[in-house]
Ligand binder design. Sequence first.
Ligand code: KG4
Ligand code: ZN
Length: 352
Amino acid sequence: MRPVLGIESSCDETAAAVLDEAGRVLAESVLSQESDHAPYGGVVPEIAARAHLAFLPEQVRRVMAAAGLGFAELGGVAASGGPGLIGGLIVGSQFAKGIAIAHGLPYAAVNHLEAHALTARLPGLVSGGAEFPYLLLLVSGGHCQCVAVEGVGRHVRLGGTLDDAAGEAFDKVAKLLGLGWPGGPALERLAAGGDPRRFAFPRPLLGRAGCDFSFSGLKTAVAHEVARHGAGALSTQVASDIAAGFQSAVADVLSDRAKHAMAMMRARAPAARLLVVAGGVAANGAIRAALGDVAEALGFELVAPPVRLCTDNAVMVAWTGIERLRLGMVDALEFAPRPRWPLDAPDMRVAS
Ligand code: KG4
Ligand code: ZN
């Protein structure tokens, strides 16, 4: 099939990419709105929607020019249709539909979580692309779940967070420590100089059956420790030790939960041997290392895409568009973007 344009606008990245069927990235561009939201300590939906509206047309023009293609030369247009913030989803979906109508192209409404899941199938990442089935651990600011990826449109959620997402916990703890937003990268830097054993933070659900997660108790424990030292009076050493203790607790929890998820995956599909991580938290070195160890112990191979493909981007959306469109999974232009769209919703599945 001919190259596909992908559009991502579900949260605070305005991104566009053009990929060919072999998974080669002909052009891509990601515009982060981080500095627009940072003063508010988190993503402000209205600001995000307006920024997508202001910058998406230029992003698309730019990638099409860089790919050297006109719209009529595309094989389809894909846009994240959910889950996410409704304003941005509407902007991206309507823009994609407009191009599809004007140029008579097929349209794919991509589930953003499926896009993270199928990134591992980009041929450049795992030799030839990850074969189904594999296990996905998605750990971002908005999502924290273990998914059995069994095919295009065929996903089974094995477990997920009961409260906060892992990245959300990083962001909240970073805020307690007076770091900026988003907090994950700054917290990782601070933790590098700290002693992870000085403060014994809880490891919620560790060893518990299944692969659900919980982070609110850990976050509360950190808040109590910070309060004990007096607001605003944390020395750099104490702050570093708290950051290191928190990060090591999250790494322990994620690797324990991943261990259970790998066992569940093996029970469903004995041939499964890949553990794929995705989402911004997968950028964390300590967490990657812990997951690598536990995967190896269970005979799984850890696949951790480069950071730019772990965080939100349009390459994964275009690729998912290719995977779906080449199976004939074209979406109707009536598709309404969905703020909530679980990966194992019945309409995600391929008709069998
Ligand atoms: O996937 P992502 O870019 O956006 C969505 O949430 O969809 O993930 C962003 C999240 C933020 O919560 C951020 O603090 C976290 O990923 N993050 C990290 C690191 N880099 C980003 N968390 C821990 N360590 C990092 N190095
Ligand atoms: Zn995402």
